[in-house]
Design a protein around this ligand. Structure first.
Ligand SMILES: NC(=O)c1ccc[n+]([C@@H]2O[C@H](COP(=O)([O-])OP(=O)(O)OC[C@H]3O[C@@H](n4cnc5c(N)ncnc54)[C@H](OP(=O)(O)O)[C@@H]3O)[C@@H](O)[C@H]2O)c1
Length: 280
């Protein structure tokens, strides 16, 4: 297995987040542990998991089996909204660490907003978890512009990122602009549009000119804007493919062509997904 180039990092409010990470949603059991171990052996240095994915134990297994030093890997997990009441949040954070077999995570996120618990209370608990040394950094996921502003008013502690759906087929320009204004990193989930980017003719054509695949063009489009990407794959050959995005540059014309693929209703993961579990 050839190793990959070290990933550049995106810096935000003291956090240094490797711009390429491995997503793990829907990776389960042995396949998950194996994908994490292989990714780390290959040179990935950022792993994204969540309470919801029910795979933190296997992510931890892959992490420990890889032999990569703990300090060299950036581990993110997320707390599900049904645990946003302050005492629940703290309990859930400790549970996440026990599952992962880690003493702290690098980044702990609120997975989706929960309108049923006051945001200030949840953020207070998140800050306490950070101050107690369970998480190096904290942030949010699936927050809108209005919710980001509410969150920043409610805490003086840095929120280092917003993780949200972001790929060429979805216009997220307003949310990206808000994150930049607030100094927060943008972490793109479903960055290859849940695999569908591979069939897009514009991406394929631009890819042919660079001897790259449509998926690589899609990821390059994001990282070239300093957006962190966390593509998921269970296949070793795709781990290398998704990492080979730092040895070429898209022209302004190519970037503009890809940007024009975006629409306001290009969402693939929506609130229906968050409704899969009850919040209360
Ligand atoms: N915060 C949130 O609410 C939230 C929501 C959704 C996702 N996420 C995070 O973001 C990560 C990524 O998003 P995602 O899993 O939804 O979708 P994604 O990474 O955009 O796409 C994953 C799909 O693409 C396929 N794939 C991977 N590399 C490929 C390549 N080079 N060419 C063609 N197909 C390829 C994978 O299949 P194979 O396995 O067969 O390769 C899989 O079916 C998640 O795993 C999770 O960690 C967070």
């Amino acid at each position: 297995m050839n190793s990959i180039e070290p990933s550049p990092v995106v810096e935000a409010k003291g956090a240094r987040i490797p711009v390429l990470g491995l997503g793990t949603w829907e990776l389960r059991g042995r396949a998950c542990a194996r994908a994490v171990e292989q990714a780390l052996r290959l040179g990935y240095r950022h792993i994204d998991t969540a309470q919801l994915y029910e795979n933190e134990r296997e992510v931890g297994e892959g992490l420990h089996a890889s032999g990569v030093r703990r300090d060299d890997v950036f581990v993110t997990t997320k707390i599900w909204p049904s645990h946003f009441a302050p005492r629940d949040l703290e309990r859930s954070a400790r549970e996440r660490l026990a599952q992962l077999r880690l003493s702290e995570v690098d980044l702990l996120l609120l997975h989706w907003p929960n309108p049923k618990v006051p945001l200030a209370d949840t953020l207070g608990a998140l800050v306490k978890v950070k101050k107690d040394g369970l998480a190096r950094h904290i942030g949010v996921s699936n927050f809108t512009v209005a919710l980001i502003e509410e969150a920043l008013k409610a805490t003086s502690e840095p929120l280092v990122c917003n993780q949200f759906e972001c790929h060429p087929f979805l216009d997220q320009s307003k949310l990206i602009a808000e994150c930049r204004k607030q100094g927060m990193a943008v972490v793109a989930y479903s960055p290859i549009a849940r695999g569908t980017a591979r069939n897009n003719e514009v991406l394929k054509r631009i890819g042919a000119a660079h001897k790259k695949t449509a998926a690589q063009i899609c990821l390059r489009f994001l990282v070239q804007q300093d957006i962190v990407v966390i593509p998921r794959t269970s296949k070793v050959e795709r781990l290398s493919e998704n990492a080979a995005i730092f040895d070429f540059t898209l022209s302004d014309d190519e970037m503009n062509k890809i940007a024009r693929l975006g629409s306001r209703d290009g969402r693939l993961v929506d609130w229906a997904y968050s409704g899969r579990m009850k919040w209360d």
